[in-house]
Design a protein around this ligand. Structure first.
Ligand SMILES: [Zn+2]
Length: 270
């Protein structure tokens, strides 16, 4: 395997532990909600990545228990390094930091040096980010049910935001997105730009993560076309003969605008 040859075992341990723990005790409401609703987590972490800070703190609470301390035989120097690495990786999963991390990674990609700590730290952050949003790289029969769950979580949040009079995240609004529209925007603008950069460093990943994601993009593009067609047919059937007669007099803007045009620009972890 390519990656284990390039990074040390301790880095693999950091990344695997981070991956397992990165969403611990997630309440199903993202950081924007936490901050706008002034939740206990937002208060505790001063609006700075409240969820990721919480996931990480819960992870170390568990790791400190005698029965679950998988690091108990390590020296304090080793533990310090692992703790620093896990904190870095879990905090990197805050999607509001997506562009910051991706741009830094892009800037070091040419001349990437596996023995440079800054370079390796960034690579580890990118790897956990790729894993975090990699649902669409899995077979469709696995990915789609998870996407349905995620959309349910999003719609639930936007419903609560509407009820509580809080700002509504557009990509979570059931009146503004559909399954295909949300995935098309997400894959195009968030997922692929990140995956492509990682594949630049590890070309063998192209086949594992880029190809299936492009297939998923085609799948949701077809789904959107089918939905549009269905919508058109439905609209035509709704037009009563007398309404058709009056059609010329109707102002153009009476037709509702297509809510599926809003691309998703941000996403919480799956
Ligand atoms: Zn996640």
């Amino acid at each position: 395997m390519l990656l284990p040859c390039k990074v040390e075992n301790v880095d693999l341990l950091i990344m695997l532990t981070s991956a397992v723990c990165h969403d611990l005790d997630h309440a199903g409401y993202n950081n924007a909600y936490q901050i706008n609703a002034r939740t206990e987590l937002a208060l505790r972490y001063n609006d700075i990545s409240p969820l990721e800070n919480h996931h990480c703190a819960v992870a170390f609470e568990i790791l400190q228990k005698k029965e679950s301390n998988i690091f108990r035989n390590l020296s304090s120097d080793q533990y310090k390094r692992i703790r620093e690495g896990i904190i870095k990786c879990i905090l990197a999963t805050d999607m509001t930091r997506h562009n910051e991390i991706l741009n830094k990674f892009k800037s070091i990609l040419h001349g990437f040096d596996f023995s440079n700590k800054e370079h390796k730290d960034l690579l580890m952050m990118v790897l956990i980010k790729v894993s975090d949003i990699s649902n669409e790289a899995r077979p469709m029969e696995v990915a789609e049910p998870w996407l349905d769950c995620l959309l349910q979580e999003f719609f639930n949040q936007s419903d609560v935001e509407k009820l509580e009079g809080l700002p509504v995240s557009p990509f979570m609004d059931r009146d503004k997105v559909t399954k295909p529209s949300s995935q098309i925007g997400f894959i195009r603008f968030v997922l692929l730009p990140l995956f492509v950069e990682l594949a630049n460093l590890f070309p063998c990943l192209e086949h594992h993560i880029i190809d299936p994601v492009r297939k998923a993009l085609d799948y949701y593009t077809e789904m959107e076309k089918a939905l549009d067609k269905e919508k058109q047919n439905w609209a035509q059937n709704q037009e009563a003969p007398e309404a058709r007669q009056n059609l010329d007099q109707k102002p153009q803007n009476q037709k509702p605008s297509d809510p599926r045009r809003t691309p998703r620009t941000d996403v919480s972890g799956i």
